[in-house]
Design a protein around this ligand. Structure first.
Ligand code: AMP
Length: 191
């Protein structure tokens, strides 16, 4: 494993991302590069356990680059999302258990492009932050501003005084892998 990076401040990051195989190749490629970068930085990847879509690309890249990976898979999704057997995984009974273990095992969250499932996981994590249940950083990463409509929606709720403006400090939208790690490290050390 490359040792060009010092021991990480951050040891374990949860990645939420899409399970689609037919999305843009740029998104699948971003997931691959992000997984590889986690391994190179010796940060464990915690993810949904599947072998498909961005999830599968990220896990395979991290594993093949020598990184630690933990997958968390609900039994009823085992066929649809195809467990990536090459890495350790925990089998659970419900989506709630999956999310809770992913949450407990991680110090920070990165949200790559994804669909309804990704949004659900990200929004629940943000809602737990809003309720004061955690201060773990949540960073949205895309290279084409994929998440900008979502950020506009949160801002819309801020403007209507339904979400406090200070909440925007706890959620970050970045456009490169380097910016993502910079945001994670800055926030992890102050959380
Ligand atoms: P998607 O972005 O729709 O491709 O979904 C990404 C991942 O989120 C998939 O592994 C889904 O199984 C997962 N997912 C969807 N809904 C939930 C949920 N309520 N709790 C945990 N994971 C979920």
């Amino acid at each position: 494993m490359p040792d060009s990076h010092p021991p990480p401040a951050l040891r374990s990051v949860c990645v939420y991302c899409g399970s689609s195989e037919t999305t843009r190749s740029e998104y699948l490629d971003l997931a691959t590069r992000f997984g590889r970068e986690l391994a190179q930085r010796r940060i464990r990847l915690v993810y949904g356990g599947g072998a498909v879509g961005l999830m599968g690309r990220c896990a395979r890249a991290a594993h093949e680059a020598g990184g630690d990976v933990l997958g968390v898979m609900p039994r009823f999704l085992e066929r649809r999302e195809i467990v990536y057997e090459a890495v350790p995984h925990r089998m659970v009974d419900t989506m709630h258990e999956r999310k809770f273990i992913m949450f407990e095992e991680s110090e920070a969250f990165v949200v790559l492009p994804g669909g309804i499932g990704t949004l659900e996981e990200a929004v629940e994590t943000l809602s737990w932050a809003r309720l004061g249940l955690h201060r773990k950083p949540v960073v949205f990463l895309s290279e084409d501003d994929f998440w900008s409509p979502f950020f506009h929606l949160i801002q819309h709720t801020v403007e209507a005084q339904l979400t406090p403006a200070s909440f925007m400090d706890s959620v970050v939208n970045v456009h490169s892998i380097e910016a993502c790690f910079a945001a994670l490290e800055a926030r992890t050390t102050t959380a």
